[in-house]
Design a protein around this ligand. Structure first.
Ligand SMILES: Cc1cc2nc3c(=O)[nH]c(=O)nc-3n(C[C@H](O)[C@H](O)[C@H](O)COP(=O)(O)OP(=O)(O)OC[C@H]3O[C@@H](n4cnc5c(N)ncnc54)[C@H](O)[C@@H]3O)c2cc1C
Ligand SMILES: NC(=O)c1ccc[n+]([C@@H]2O[C@H](COP(=O)([O-])OP(=O)(O)OC[C@H]3O[C@@H](n4cnc5c(N)ncnc54)[C@H](OP(=O)(O)O)[C@@H]3O)[C@@H](O)[C@H]2O)c1
Length: 251
């Protein structure tokens, strides 16, 4: 049974229609960048909760989630209607295994997201721009964000800040699949792996000896990228059979 506490919305940002970030105040237990928190509302007299990745880094208690409204969904439509000052339910114990300590040692980290799944990577990057855990563990970090429309490319300022702090060690590659974009690669991340564009842009080759990969977002992307990387010698990392890939499935 979830033991809910009440949080208060501190700020709201609408990136584009149906795409939001909410900042809220609530006394959460300590967490690790990449973990999620269960957030809820009372819908038709029933407490409905869903997991959302924390976007803020652990040292910042301005808790933040990033989500899109699923029109046929139960929680996300009323969550998108909340305004500063409103209350929401929060499970005070963050949870999850999509964290850097679950990633085996390597030289380069590829953080791949679709849609709102950029959130946990922002938390990881904000943990330390110059000396955070990610910079202690990896020489280079590549953030790859695949979205349908250019206006879904959220957290541009946080990404630009990370780029400015680590100009030689951090690269960001956006992809837009459903319209032409001057600033992003076309298509899906799977296309860009398959046709070599991703490696070409990063001037590197995916190498299971050197590279570690985090995949977060929709189930299809995780399945298809895992299969493509499998052809290059990568596999899911498990305690019983070490590999290079860790995943977090949103839907
Ligand atoms: C570990 C974990 C972390 C998550 N973190 C986030 C997060 O940071 N941001 C975020 O936006 N979502 C996140 N999700 C998804 C989120 O928990 C909800 O499932 C989502 O907001 C939809 O909830 P709902 O009640 O509106 O829809 P539901 O009533 O739960 O579902 C309706 C249908 O929509 C599908 N669905 C769920 N999410 C999406 C989506 N984004 N797009 C399209 N279809 C979807 C479901 O599979 C289902 O078929 C996470 C899920 C998990 C398991
Ligand atoms: N995320 C948002 O910003 C946002 C905002 C408002 C509303 N919504 C609604 O939320 C729902 C989900 O939207 P979403 O954009 O988050 O969803 P999504 O379906 O996860 O799409 C995000 C990106 O992932 C790509 N993708 C899908 N399957 C893939 C696969 N197997 N391998 C590699 N890449 C894959 C998509 O490419 P394709 O385009 O080729 O499918 C798209 O570029 C939709 O109903 C949408 O209208 C989303």
């Amino acid at each position: 049974m979830t033991e809910w506490i009440t949080g208060t919305i501190r700020a709201k940002r609408e990136w584009s229609e149906g795409l939001f970030s909410l900042e809220f105040d609530a006394p959460l237990a300590d967490f690790t960048a990449g973990q999620f928190v269960r957030v809820g509302l009372e819908v038709d007299g029933e407490k409905i909760g869903r997991p959302y990745s924390l976007v803020n880094p652990p040292h910042d208690n301005r808790h933040e989630i990033h989500f899109n409204v699923v029109s046929e969904g139960t929680l996300s439509p009323p969550l998108g209607d909340l305004m500063p000052g409103d209350s929401l339910l929060v499970d005070p114990r963050p949870n999850g295994f999509f964290t850097l300590d679950q990633v085996p040692d390597g030289r380069r980290l590829w953080m791949i997201a679709t849609g709102t799944a950029i959130g946990p990577y922002i938390s990881i990057l904000k943990e330390g721009l110059k000396e955070g855990k990610v910079w202690e563990r990896f020489d280079e970090v590549y953030l790859i964000h695949g979205v349908r429309l250019e206006r879904h490319l959220s957290y541009g300022e946080a990404i630009a800040t990370a780029q400015a702090a680590q100009p030689d060690r951090f690269r960001f590659l956006p992809l837009v699949s459903r319209e032409k974009s001057d600033s992003a690669l076309p298509g899906r991340v799977t296309d860009a792996i398959d046709n070599g564009l991703l490696e070409q842009r990063l001037k590197t080759r995916l190498d299971p000896e050197l590279d570690r990969v985090m995949l977060c977002g929709n189930m299809g992307m995780i399945r298809d990228v895992t299969a493509l990387l499998g052809d290059k010698g990568f596999s899911k990392h498990r305690k019983s059979s070490p590999g290079q890939i860790i995943t977090e499935k949103y839907h």
